[in-house]
Design a protein around this ligand. Sequence first.
Ligand code: AHG
Ligand code: MN
Ligand code: MN
Ligand code: MN
Length: 334
Amino acid sequence: HSAEAHRTDLMTITRFVLNEQSKHPESRGDFTILLSHIVLGCKFVCTAVNKAGLAKLIGLAGETNGEEQKKLDVLSNEVFIKALVSSGRTCILVSEEDENAIIVEPSKRGKYCVVFDPLDGSSNIDCGVSIGTIFGIYALKDTHEPTIEDVLLPGKNMVAAGYCMYGSSCTLVLSTGAGVNGFTLDPSLGEFILTHPDIKIPKKGKIYSVNEGNAKNWDRPTATYVEKCKFPEDGSSPKSLRYIGSMVADVHRTLLYGGIFLYPADKKSPNGKLRVLYEVFPMSFLMEQAGGQAFTGKERALDLVPTKLHERSPIFLGSHDDVEEIKALYAAEG
Ligand code: AHG
Ligand code: MN
Ligand code: MN
Ligand code: MN
């Protein structure tokens, strides 16, 4: 399928979701409208991220843009809040950048709750390494005054999840609960085109992805697992280490190439670093939909019931067989 074919197919993300929606006659297009506003937010952030580099160059003279560049995660946050509220299809928003949940004003309320990390990997902004946006979507059962109880739900209750990666190309990966599909922004069309239909993660991979700098503080199962990656006992070849430091980029590579991504607990941070609602849950949802697994060290990640908005959890996700190995090590630890 050449890129040209994609263009003539014109399978844009909007058409794709409309096709999906036709399988759910009960939904009156609300989800499609919500998604089109998330897509709009991603396009805005994509251009801002690309311009930030240029702004930085211009800024070299005045050095003011350096500060502007850092504010990219604040700008992204404002863009997504505005886009989500203006969709008229949301009632609660939870952002990494806002301490409290945002309750949408009654006149603009809809039935969806969106949890999101507007700009993930912000430490990588200044050096031009891929960063991204992560989002998860819950649907309210009935219309009532929304409270944060409506988003303190296990990840398995999500109706959709996805991320947009701002890298050499702008790629949006989405699941609405029926598999995973990847779309690439065609700047000449201003549309996300279906480029990665029905993504399935390889059953086993040859890559492990972890910040080895935290090795001193790991617990025994994680330390043992990483040791086995480097010195396999069964004579197989060692795994390669790939760690970008942007979760979106590390997860995207894991989804396409296979392998395992780990952000374990350590003595300094007993719950690890990644946030449950808008990092762990969406990525775990996608991994399971692509045939992989996601594990917290204690349980299936999507079964976890968060009690606080910005709660953290250790996470081990990726190829089915690789995660199975670390689950066995934690089970043996008892
Ligand atoms: P954010 O930029 O949204 O705060 O997230 C950063 C996260 C995640 O993107 C990445 O996997 C992790 O931080 C990297 O952490 P370390 O630098 O501790 O490895
Ligand atoms: Mn993040
Ligand atoms: Mn972030
Ligand atoms: Mn952050």
